[in-house]
Design a protein around this ligand. Sequence first.
Ligand code: ADP
Length: 373
Amino acid sequence: MRVFVVNSGSSSIKYQLVDAESENVVLSGLLERIGQPGGDAVDHVDGMRVVLERLGDHAASIVAVGHRVVHGGSAFTAPTVIDDEVEAAIEQISTLAPLHNPANLAGIRAARLAMPDVPHVAVFDTAFHQSMPAAASTYAIDRAVALDHGIRRYGFHGTSHEFVARRAARLLDRSLESLKLIVLHLGNGSSAAAIDAGRSIDTSMGLTPLQGLVMGTRSGDIDPGALLHLLRAGLSIAEVDALLNSRSGLLGLTGSGDMRDVEAAVEAGDADAALALEVWAHRIRHYVGAYLAQLGGLDALVFTAGIGENSPELRARALDGLAHLGLGVDADRNAVRSRDARVISSEGAPVSVLVVPTNEELAIAQAASALVG
Ligand code: ADP
């Protein structure tokens, strides 16, 4: 079952040909600067033509195409085979994700034109979190305004949270249905999720991927009153948007959005970087505590994505002071560098702490193959 996985951005197309059963990546690549002078293609349709050329004889082995779609709104609760109606629905949801959904859609349209004879499947970042109870997804604002504008918590990184939760259950040799989990997806974009019996019951991102944890360039949680204050002070909507999405988080606090730079700056004695790490860890513990309460217990806490998979220091720091909750890492186990899923808490610890590498492309391939196979 070979699935062609497409992650289409406004000026890029990332692709992988994945064998969903053996989990082998047959081929992968990237088109960049689409539509720009000297770029790899003039538009997404041209881009897919280039991709098909690169695929050569492999194209004949594709049984389905899996598309990453950022926002599925309230309409999509699971991976969905794409037809014209689904395309139209994704377009409608673009008001909620103006940067992402139109770009995802351009890739879908181009790929359906280029590969009309195989099923195309949309896999939504939001879908996994549609299981959240209303108590977790509802913002306390005027009901009519919220309904009119689709204002609620949707959550993102769902494909990753679900994939990692499954792998965690496998590693623990337990059924997913028997587990209460907290997953910390800590990359450039970061989010936490509380997962009970395989269902997301709360997550830190909200209407957009701006809410929650401190990220590379995004602020995460901030009093919405601060936005109003800045707008009244004369900043434009575009300036506030750029401030919160592109110039905040680690970048805003330290001058670099890359965690490796921040760690190096802390080592060199930089006080701003030291504070940034404290804010980063404080926010993570805020959510871990909240989700412990929401879950009413915890079997395992899972670290994933760039920071979660690669930094023993930051994993230890995130859980610093939580030993009274049964949460902590074993220094030797935590120090092991590996590409494999592993336990990093001590033998017999009340709560297992795991590192589970995420793989969104494989998750999309498996979701698509499960749906069409
Ligand atoms: P994306 O959200 O773009 O997929 P990743 O999951 O690749 O991001 O995570 C990128 C982040 O992971 C960056 O902040 C990077 O600095 C951080 N990272 C990667 N390797 C390490 C490491 N060894 N130590 C600390 N941070 C790391």
